[in-house]
Design a binder for this molecule. Structure first.
Ligand code: G3P
Ligand code: MG
Length: 247
């Protein structure tokens, strides 16, 4: 891993999704090679209750298959090609399981996003907690979701684990809200973040991790404003920007 000078975390969005098919082991490997501190990825449950890594509920965009993730068993999902849509070089990439990722990349900072906002996925929180405990990677993981009740449940079940509230609007009293839900971080769309939010969050010990910042100038502005982490499709560019911004 390359050495970083800046304190802002560089997190690759869906892995290094600007360089490889999103949410695949290839995208995670490239994120590590580039020198990202870790990566964000999306988790859903298969029909047989296995946490699998894929963004869309429908399979068609990244695998060409029909139907939804939740309608397929983990064995069926494991046979799909999740790389060739992006390029021939990535033919044979599969939909990873959460277990595979924790096993391989437990040394990196892992932002596990629960994709349970549209389809209810009963038991997802418990299964994710169990795997994190099995691999002993509690310190390196932050779990986020747009489903804030799910984050509240997660905090109740595992108060030692870090949680983040995803949102893409301007929240009223965001920091108080985060504290009330036991969240350790806010995960706003970067365009909504203003100086007062960062000031209040810092004072309260709540992190602010922004997504998805792919533009060089915006990366610089976010870093200089004092966000804690930047989630990006281009961790290579972010790596260079962070190294050029003085602490
Ligand atoms: O976690 C940040 C970002 O991934 C949220 O949006 O749709 O890319 O999962 P999405
Ligand atoms: Mg995501």
């Amino acid at each position: 891993m390359r050495k970083r000078k800046h304190k802002v975390l560089n997190l690759a969005h869906r892995g290094a999704s600007g360089y490889a098919p999103e949410n695949t082991m290839a995208a995670f490997r490239i994120a590590k090679e580039i020198g990202a501190d870790g990566f964000e990825f999306d988790v859903q449950l298969s029909k047989d209750g296995v946490p699998v890594i894929i963004h869309d509920e429908a399979l068609v965009r990244t695998t060409g298959a029909k139907g939804y993730v939740i309608e397929h068993t983990s064995d069926e999902l494991a046979r799909l090609d999740a790389g060739v849509w992006y390029g021939q070089d990535f033919q044979g990439q599969r939909i990873p399981t959460l277990e595979q990722v924790l096993q391989t990349y437990g040394d990196l900072y892992l932002n596990v996003e629960l994709k349970n906002s549209y389809h209810e996925m009963p038991g997802l929180e418990e299964k994710v907690i169990e795997l994190i405990r099995n691999y002993g990677v509690e310190q390196n993981v932050l779990i986020s979701s747009f489903h804030h009740k799910s984050m509240q449940t997660l905090h109740r079940l595992a108060p030692d684990l870090k949680t983040g509230l995803l949102y893409d609007c301007v929240l009223v009293d965001a920091v108080t809200y985060a504290k009330r839900l036991g969240a350790s971080a806010l995960h706003p769309f970067y365009g909504t973040v203003k100086a007062d939010l960062l000031r209040e969050a810092k004072a309260a010990g709540v992190q602010v991790n922004v997504w998805t910042v792919n533009d060089e100038e915006q990366m610089r502005l976010c870093a200089e404003a004092g966000v804690d982490a930047i989630i990006t499709n281009d961790p290579q560019l972010l790596y260079e920007v962070l190294n050029s911004v003085l602490d």
